[in-house]
Design a protein around this ligand. Structure first.
Ligand SMILES: Cc1cc2nc3c(=O)[nH]c(=O)nc-3n(C[C@H](O)[C@H](O)[C@H](O)COP(=O)(O)OP(=O)(O)OC[C@H]3O[C@@H](n4cnc5c(N)ncnc54)[C@H](O)[C@@H]3O)c2cc1C
Length: 475
């Protein structure tokens, strides 16, 4: 016999304690809406387990009573993946209380952490142990490592260190039947059968709940130099990237691009973060070099490459940050572009990746099509250029028109952009994931064979479709 909501809540309370089952509308509210406030749902309750065992017991109870589960970390995802659906028949499991650093092994260069550890805490704890954890993104003060792994987060250091997947050696996962899969091994080599770890990374909670992970650590660079460089075009930005790749190789640890309209938005909402470079440059690029030898060595490298770039014309101006505070300001500029966009109102978001060589054509064609069809639209184009990842976002003519522009043109503009992405063999989701936002695009984008394989995997691991249904793939 089906349990009433109250009976279910009592059963959950027995597992995690009464205070950790959130049901009051005010307390539940933050768990029901996404960061951008584009998706809103309902839930029987939000549960805050403190251990893997508790997560496992909750999942077993949900299987018995066929209640769907939405895993949630920091709730900073940008595709609605952590938001329950509107039926009110789901529960949210937040990893907030599972926030312990379980072990740091400096010889093995690894750190074992629970899923609810905030990314910035992980970076800080690694630094205290004299090591470097490179994953870094604008939401690092609130996103959690379980969420980072579930979205296979990218961020600003992918160029050198890879995305979340490449930084993970082992996982602990509660499967959709409540069983605990323990692969918390800090091994760099392990060829024993299928790679199960990688199935859960980037699965956005649709195959299980990540409860802990072993992450890679790195030696701390002795010096980092950051520069802000003006470039006349997307082609110029790519020539600049190629010059840094050739000259600095693995010492190139950041290469981020911002278009003039991104910089204008930044200046409007965060005047203190206005670009210090003169004039209105079509693009400005933030470059970071890290060095394991000395500060002088890094500076010499930066200066030599920039001199060549200025001579060739792919750079028209440049400032090398003279101290840590100025370097921090350059990074703040880049990290505040999405915040300025959020302040400005809704925009039509595209998180695309392309072969780097195809970026100039993509930008040229899409800019021209948009300017022809929507002459007053604003193209807020910025992103992780070194990874071929653009956040090519389109906003209405002014802040007061963003909502109406979004409602009227979202579907048409998205279709226009995605046609170009497909033509140039790119991806419609470079790092933010599929969530509920792109679930209907998955089949068309990945093709029949890949889609069928993903469908079969989902069905095999989660036959009752209880793990984040309606996200990533529809059964
Ligand atoms: C200002 C800003 C800047 C950003 N910059 C970047 C960026 O540079 N690069 C980038 O990749 N992303 C970026 N993001 C997006 C977001 O921060 C990342 O996707 C992040 O990895 C999400 O982590 P989270 O803990 O907030 O996850 P949530 O938003 O809580 O969840 C995201 C998805 O993972 C699932 N999930 C969460 N925890 C678990 C778990 N333990 N087990 C299983 N599934 C789980 C959820 O169900 C959901 O599908 C940015 C977001 C903001 C707001």
């Amino acid at each position: 016999m089906a349990l009433t909501d109250q009976e279910l809540i009592s059963a959950f309370q027995k597992i995690v304690g009464a205070e950790q089952v959130i049901t009051s509308p005010v307390d539940l509210e933050p768990y029901l809406v996404d960061w951008r406030k584009r998706y809103r749902g309902q839930a029987i309750a939000a549960l805050r387990p403190a251990s893997t065992q508790e997560v496992s017991e909750i999942v077993k109870l949900c299987v018995t009573h066929q209640i769907a589960i939405v895993p949630q970390g920091g709730n900073t995802g940008l595709c609605g993946g952590a938001t329950p659906n509107p039926t009110g028949r789901q529960i949210v499991i937040t990893t907030k209380r599972m926030n312990k650093i379980l072990a740091i092994d400096t010889s093995n260069q690894t750190m074992t952490v629970e899923a609810g550890v905030i990314l910035q805490t992980l970076q800080e704890e690694a630094a205290k142990a004299g090591r470097y954890f490179p994953l870094s993104l604008g939401a690092e003060g609130s996103c959690m490592i379980g969420g980072n792994l579930s979205t296979n987060a990218g961020g600003t250091s992918v160029l050198r260190y890879g995305n979340a997947r490449e930084l993970c050696l082992g996982l602990e996962v509660v499967l959709p039947n409540g069983e605990i899969l323990n692969s918390l091994r800090g091994l760099r080599k392990d060829n024993t059968g299928y790679d199960l770890r990688d199935l859960f990374i980037g699965a956005e909670g649709s195959l299980g709940i990540i409860t802990a992970a072993v992450m890679k650590l790195f030696p701390t660079p002795v010096a980092q130099w950051t520069a802000l460089v003006a470039t006349p075009s997307a082609e110029g930005a790519i020539e600049l990237l190629n010059r840094f790749q050739a000259g600095a190789s693995a010492q190139l640890t950041g290469f981020e691009m911002m278009s003039q309209e991104s910089l204008a938005l930044l200046k409007h909402y965060y005047p203190a973060l206005a670009s210090p470079l003169a004039g209105e440059n079509p693009y400005e690029v933030l470059v970071e070099i890290s060095d394991y030898e000395s500060s002088e060595h890094a500076m010499q490298l930066m200066e030599t490459i920039l001199e060549g770039a200025l001579e060739s014309g792919c750079a028209s101006d440049a400032i090398i940050a003279s101290n840590i505070a100025q370097a921090r300001k350059f990074w703040d500029m880049r990290e505040h572009v999405p915040l300025a966009q959020a302040d400005d109102g809704p925009n039509i978001k595209h998180d695309v990746s392309l072969p780097i060589s195809a970026i100039p054509e993509f930008v040229k064609v899409c800019d021209a099509l948009l300017k022809e069809k929507y002459p007053n639209s604003r193209i807020i184009n910025y992103g992780h250029l070194g990874d071929g990842n653009l956040h090519y976002n389109i906003a209405g003519p002014s802040s007061s028109e963003t909502e109406s522009f979004f409602s009227a043109h979202n579907d048409d503009i998205q279709a226009l952009i995605y046609i170009e992405v497909e033509r140039l063999s790119g991806s419609i989701s470079a790092e933010h994931g599929v969530g509920q936002q792109k679930v209907d695009y998955l089949k068309g984008h990945r093709g029949e064979a890949a889609f069928n394989l993903m469908h079969a995997i989902k069905k095999a691991i989660d036959p009752n479709n209880l793990m984040n249904p309606g996200k990533v793939i529809n059964l």
